[in-house]
Design a protein around this ligand. Structure first.
Ligand code: HEC
Length: 157
């Protein structure tokens, strides 16, 4: 009859300890929250943009569709975390809708159709639209181009 009591008191002590710890520290969510800067999101998008090119050239449509999804997610994060930017007059979500929605949708269709010719043309249109937004926001010196060689030695396309 002694054992159950000991077990209960241990459990109680552990609960008291946990409650005490919790009240002295900020919630876990505050500690783990990290917001990437717009420049970080863009640098990541540039990687997706390059991988997208090599996936499409290799007719690896599954990978190409994946990279387009990742681009979408990056731009969603840009809108969510950076609705405004200290050096830019226009709201970021508005710019993304204006410059990215159509080129991304058209490129997605080329990937669905497994159309290599359309893929190349629409990829160049997407690239031009990236640069159009850079120019509109006075970041035109960030000029994106069609990648000339594949730097991703550790990924199969
Ligand atoms: C909202 C309009 C907009 C669109 C659309 C856009 N960019 Fe950007 N981009 C920016 C802005 C603004 C910066 C500078 C952000 C900063 O540093 O605060 C930037 C920066 C960059 C940089 C420099 C990041 C670095 O660290 O070197 C690259 C690369 C880049 N963008 C690539 C792209 C690519 C690729 C696309 C298209 C797939 C794209 N961007 C679409 C606005 C845009």
């Amino acid at each position: 009859m002694k054992f159950p009591f000991i077990r209960i008191s241990q459990t109680f002590a552990a609960a008291v300890l946990l409650t005490a710890c919790a009240s002295h520290h900020p919630p876990v969510s505050e500690l783990t929250q990290f917001t990437p800067g717009l420049g970080e999101i863009m640098a990541q998008s540039a990687v997706r943009h390059a991988k997208l090119w090599f996936a499409g050239r290799a007719q690896n449509w599954e990978l190409a569709a994946y990279e387009i999804d990742e681009l979408h997610e990056g731009f969603e994060d840009a809108s969510k975390f950076h609705p405004t930017h200290k050096d830019i007059k226009q709201p970021i979500p508005e710019l993304i809708a204006r410059y990215m929605d159509q080129p991304l949708a058209e490129l997605e269709q080329a990937i669905k159709d497994k159309n290599t010719q359309a893929f190349s043309e629409r990829y160049d249109h997407l690239t031009a639209s990236c640069n159009a937004c850079h120019q509109a926001t006075d970041f035109g010196f960030n000029k994106v181009i069609q990648p000339s060689f594949n730097p991703f030695a550790n990924q199969s396309f």
